[in-house]
Structures are given as C-alpha cells and as structure tokens.
Ligand binder design. Structure first.
Ligand SMILES: Nc1ncnc2c1ncn2[C@@H]1O[C@H](COP(=O)(O)OP(=O)(O)O)[C@@H](O)[C@H]1O
Ligand SMILES: [Mg+2]
Length: 516
C-alpha cells in the first residue's frame, strides 16, 4: 500500500519539483528582477493543484511552504498562501462513536449536538451543541485521520531524500529542517489535549489584553474531542459585516498585531496559525481567537535576540542588525558581513522611506529572498513558526488596507511591555561575550606565558629582583576573573558585574604595587 502511494506521489510531485528547481535558480540568479512573473505564478498554481490533489497532509505542507521565504521564490509564496484547508465534514454517524467512546453517551452528557457541522477541516470538524443549557462547540477529530496522516508522512519521509537530490545544498538543509518541524507540529495538532493546554496557557498569559479565548469543558474533552464555550463573532476579513457594525477596522488591524506580537515578544508561547478563519470579532470590536493546535515557542534567549533584531531595525543600525541575525542563527556561518550590512542598509532605507507600512523582518526576508546568492540566510527551526505567524498577519493587514505603521505599533509593544531594557541588557551581555572571546584567544596562549614566567622566575632568583613580573601575574589573574565574570554574568548579573569590577581593582593594585 505504502509503496504504491510512494510511487504515485513521487510521479505527481516530479513536475513540481523540476519546475521549482528551474524557477528558483533563475530567481536567485536574476535577484527577482526581470523575470516572467506570470510564468512563475502559473507554475506555482500547478504546484498548488498538485498539493490539493494529494490530500490533507500535502495541503498542510503547501500552507507551511507558503511562509518559507528561504525555500520558495516570492510568487510561489503568494500563490501557496491561497491554499485553503476546507474539507466537507465526515457524516455525523461516523463522528458520533468518537464522541461517545471518549466522553459518554450524547443523550446523557449533552442536551444536544447539532449534526450539521459549522466547519470542516482536514484534521477535524466542529459542531454546535448545549450542555446544561449553555451553548458550546465540540471539535472532533476526523474519523481515521491518524492512519491517513501516518501513512502520508511515511511516504513523505521516503520521497524527500530522493527529491532533494535535485536541489542545491542550502535548499536541502532548509527543506529537511522544515519537514522535521512540519511532522512535529502535525502530531501536536492531532492531540486535542495539547491544544487544550496551549489554549489555557495563552488565555492565562493574555488575560490583561482585550481578547476573548473560549473556556474549555475539561470533563467533555479528550485526545479526540475538544468541548469549548461557544463564542460567535464576525470573521476578521468580512469587511462588509464589520463596516455594518461600525467597527473601527484600523484599530482592529492594530489590535491584531498587538495581540500576536505581545504573545511572541512577551510570552513563551504564541498562536502560530492566525489565518482569518481563526480570528473573529465581537459586535463591540473585541477579538476572539480560535484554534490553538499550532503554536510556536520561543525560549527566552531567542525572544530577546529577536527584540534586539527589531530594535536594531527600528533604530536603523545595520551592524547591530547583522549581529542580531547572526546570533539568531539566520546567517550561514561563512557570511560576508560587509555585503550583508550594505544590503540591510538599503533595505532599512526603503523600509523607513518608501514602504513605511511593511513589517521590518518581513521586508528583510523579502530582500533576502531576492538576493539569496549574495545574502545566504537560513531560517532556524525556532523561527519558522514565527515567520509563518508574521506572514499570515501581514495578509490580514493587506486585506483591510488601512493606514497602519508596523514600526509604531512595535515600538508601543516594546515600551508597554517593558522589553527595551531587557534587550539592551542582552546587547550588553553580547558585547561582553565578544570581548571575552577575544580574551579567550589570549588565554589559549597561556602555556607560552607559563613558560615565560617560569623562565623569568629562575632568572628572578638569580637576579633576586622579584617585582618585575608582578604586573604580568596580576594581569593574568585579573583577566581570569574578568572572563569568569562575563560567563557568570549570563546567570547572575550582579555577581558578574562585581567580578568585573574586582578584576579592574586587582589590576590597579598590581600596577600600584609594581610602581612601589
Ligand atoms: N469556541 C468557538 N465558538 C464559536 N465558533 C468556534 C469556536 N471554536 C471554533 N469555532 C469555529 O469553528 C471553526 C473551526 O474551528 P478550529 O478550532 O479552527 O478548527 P480547525 O482546527 O479544524 O481549523 C473556526 O474557524 C470557528 O469559525
Ligand atoms: Mg482553524
């Protein structure tokens, strides 16, 4: 079974892989200029249709690829972003046993469940119902979906190494990283207990903000069933309905950015799937967020590095931008600093001049996408979901076309959440570390120094003039304390700083000693 599917998928995918390989090479060579965009879009649409014909796993894969500026040329990204995950729901008599098996008899546990679904997607479908008179929704996993997904992932894992033989090494690296994260996320999405805990964490993190997150009915939820309070609203892209209610759409776009970037920059967990179906608006303009199956996590270090990147871009500082990008692992190790700084300088100029409404990091990605040959960048695993989130959010802004300055909103978030100070401390820490690294290089010649001291010591004994090497020993001791302190600084700031001050005092004392 699996072999037939592998062959079938491979044959279907070959034309897409070949077209993409050709288009990408040309795109990189010509830096996205003077290319036949219509031809690119046409090829991209063929890829899109191939993914649709291959089923749910490939539809999801296509959606993932649509935010990978390091893998696909821009026109492909735009076309694949149109992939919809709408599938007719499974008949209720196939869904009912899943609910009853996990939760109990519908007649006993629920007042009722409407067998007509309100939504159907590849992994699950959602129904309305009531429990003790309260309106609820029940999200139920699609019958048999686990088996379909496992089979297809197996096939994908087999095909990818074959397919990647055709592409260049940079792309190979990015594609492998993407696949492993895709697999991880799709598994998480299929376990509603994970979705439930993501939802609760985000609800708790964002309790001071103005958004609505449905409450979960724990006793009515399992790995395959998720029961929540019913929170209806107007879809965020339904301009007509929003205008009818007199909702301020400019404020709405700002709020969406604030909510998602606060999750990203302030908390460790963020909603990574803000497509329009997952965001609604209440009649009084509040945002409702659904669907916590796909979330991204940023560790504290990465979060602060990302804030450093934003600050460097907002402050138009190319060298610091490159430092932050390098620390984030966004540049290949052999990057040419001056070329990248120059590119960023141009991009920053464009961002603050002609295109003030664009997102900073997004524009950077676009620049990198067009200049891949000169600007070899990689999207590290921990930033892939962030890029996805940012590019979908940008789509919402583009739908509304309201006056909006991302830089301004970003600054507000950083100030409101008191994040600027932390980022500067981080910046300082990195400066110390860079400094420490240069001292480290000196320390590595320590055996030579030891030999020198030993030899000197014997001369000292002969000459009986002990003071001459005091300064040298002092500087070694003080450097050692300084290096230790910079390392310590990462875990304990005040101890680190105390250490650094001590090392300076030691150096001064030894200098004075020598003079006497
Ligand atoms: N708590 C809720 N209240 C009202 N509608 C909801 C609720 N949860 C989900 N929905 C509706 O059902 C749709 C699908 O739910 P979602 O959680 O996004 O499922 P999927 O993972 O299948 O995309 C949403 O787009 C929304 O319209
Ligand atoms: Mg959804």
């Amino acid at each position: 079974m699996s072999t037939t599917r592998t062959i079938q998928v491979f044959i279907k995918l070959i034309p897409s892989i070949l077209a993409l390989r050709k288009d990408r090479r040309k795109w990189v060579k010509k830096e996205g200029k003077d290319v036949d965009l219509e031809k690119y879009r046409k090829n991209a649409r063929k890829v899109l249709n191939t993914f649709i014909s291959l089923g749910p796993v490939y539809i999801k894969l296509g959606q993932w690829l649509s935010s990978r500026a390091d893998i696909l040329p821009q026109p492909y990204l735009e076309e694949l972003a149109k992939l919809q995950d709408n599938v007719p729901a499974a008949p209720f008599d196939q869904v009912k046993p899943i609910i009853e098996n996990d939760i109990g008899l519908i007649n006993e546990k629920f007042d009722d469940i409407d067998p007509n679904p309100i939504s159907g997607a590849s992994l699950g479908q959602v129904y309305r119902g009531r429990i003790s008179g309260q309106e609820i929704v029940v999200k139920v996993k699609r019958p048999g979906i686990e088996k379909v997904v496992e089979e297809d992932l197996k096939v994908l894992k087999k095909i990818l190494p074959m397919a990647l033989r055709f592409v260049d090494p940079n792309l190979r690296f990015s594609a492998r990283a993407m696949l492993s994260q895709f697999i991880e996320t799709i598994h998480e999405e299929m376990d509603y207990t994970i979705e439930s805990s993501n939802l609760k964490k985000i609800k708790h993190d964002m309790k001071k903000s103005n958004i609505l997150v449905p409450s979960v009915y724990d006793d009515y939820s399992s790995k395959n069933v998720l029961t929540m309070e019913y929170l209806p609203g107007i879809k965020i892209t339904n301009i007509e309905a929003l205008d009818e209610k007199g909702i301020d759409r400019q404020k709405l776009v700002i709020d969406v950015h604030k909510v998602f970037f606060t999750m990203l920059l302030r908390h460790s967990l963020f909603h990574a799937d803000p497509h329009p179906g997952n965001i609604s608006v209440t009649d009084d303009g509040k945002l409702i967020l659904y669907d916590y199956g796909m979330v991204g996590r940023l560790d504290n270090e990465t979060r602060l590095r990302l804030i450093r990147l934003y600050l460097a871009l907002v402050e138009k500082d190319p060298p610091r931008t490159v430092n932050a990008m390098a620390d984030l692992g966004m540049l290949t190790p052999d990057f040419n600093r001056s070329v990248i700084e120059k590119g960023i300088e141009l991009a920053v100029g464009a961002m603050h001049g002609k295109k003030p409404d664009e997102m900073e990091v997004q524009s950077l990605m676009e620049l990198a996408n067009k200049t891949m040959s000169k600007f070899p960048f990689i999207l590290p695993k921990n930033l892939a979901l962030y890029m996805r989130m940012a590019s979908i959010i940008e789509g919402i802004y583009k739908t509304h076309k309201v006056d909006f300055k991302f830089v301004k909103v970003l600054r507000e978030i950083l100030e409101e959440e008191n994040l600027i100070k932390d980022a500067y401390i981080e910046e300082l820490k990195y400066s110390f570390q860079r400094f420490a690294k240069s001292i480290d290089a000196t320390i590595s010649i320590a055996p030579e120094l030891k030999k020198f001291i030993d030899e000197n010591r014997s001369i000292q004994f002969l000459n009986a003039k002990p003071k001459s090497n005091i300064l040298l020993s002092g500087s070694i001791l003080s450097s050692a304390i300084f290096v230790g302190s910079t390392v310590l600084y990462t875990s304990n700031e005040s101890l680190g700083i105390t250490g650094m001050i001590c090392s300076m005092i030691i150096m001064s004392i030894f200098t004075i000693f020598r003079k006497h």
